[in-house]
Design a protein. Sequence first.
Length: 278
Amino acid sequence: MLNPLNLITKFIKSSNQKELDRIGKIVEKINLNEDELKNLNLEIYNIDSTIICEFPKINPHRHDILEKLSIHSKLLTGSIPPEIGNLTNLSNFLGKPGSQSMGGILFSEYLKRQQLHRDAEIKATLNASSLVEHSPELSHFMCDTSGSICELVNPLDENDKILSSLSKNFLIICLEAPDTMYQVLIDRFLAKPKPMYYEENFLHSLWKSFRDDTSTTCDGINPDDFMIYGFKALIKRRKAIFDTISKNWGISLNFEQLREVKCAADLIEAIECAIRVK
């Protein structure tokens, strides 16, 4: 017996099937470029995926899912994958500008990778705000941004997109480090360098001043020497920006005061005190 419904579905695809077909074409393109990725010594280490299904509907089970994950109870269960917090892959991707014979990359290539880093930082930060806005059960969510956030914003602009989004959903707290921490931060960077983002104009000025100060051509620059030079200038620059962020958009907590914090109640008291003083 002819079933009209079967006949119709042969010609009219569901919206989900159309989306699957669209994604399928993207996957085919990725597969075609697999050899090219290998030739460039690149590998995929993270994939964001979306589950598309018509049944069961997920929304009615949202609370149960969060229960299982123990997010709403502020408790992370299970083991944390070692790649969480491991910035080695990002450091390797960003590289260091300087002599290629010393392990460096071209300055122009470093600029391109810095831009990709910037784009990813902005998206990740805005995603944190979006998550809280659309998930009321995450009322105790803490967003630990990277230090690079100060390079992505203009704290003097009252309409700054990132700071506006963060201040709407979070209390912005900046840590005020004493001058004695300056050398400590440098020593930490020397022992275990972290990936850093440099605002493009500032990076250009650093590149020029380093060459002038050392009388070195681009081909002769030691990548490690430049990264240390850049980091020292960067942390001095960032202090002023964070001071403006805390003044215009949030509060600041003194690093020495935080040494006395022993529990959640101590931290809340320190925050309340900072709010009252402001």
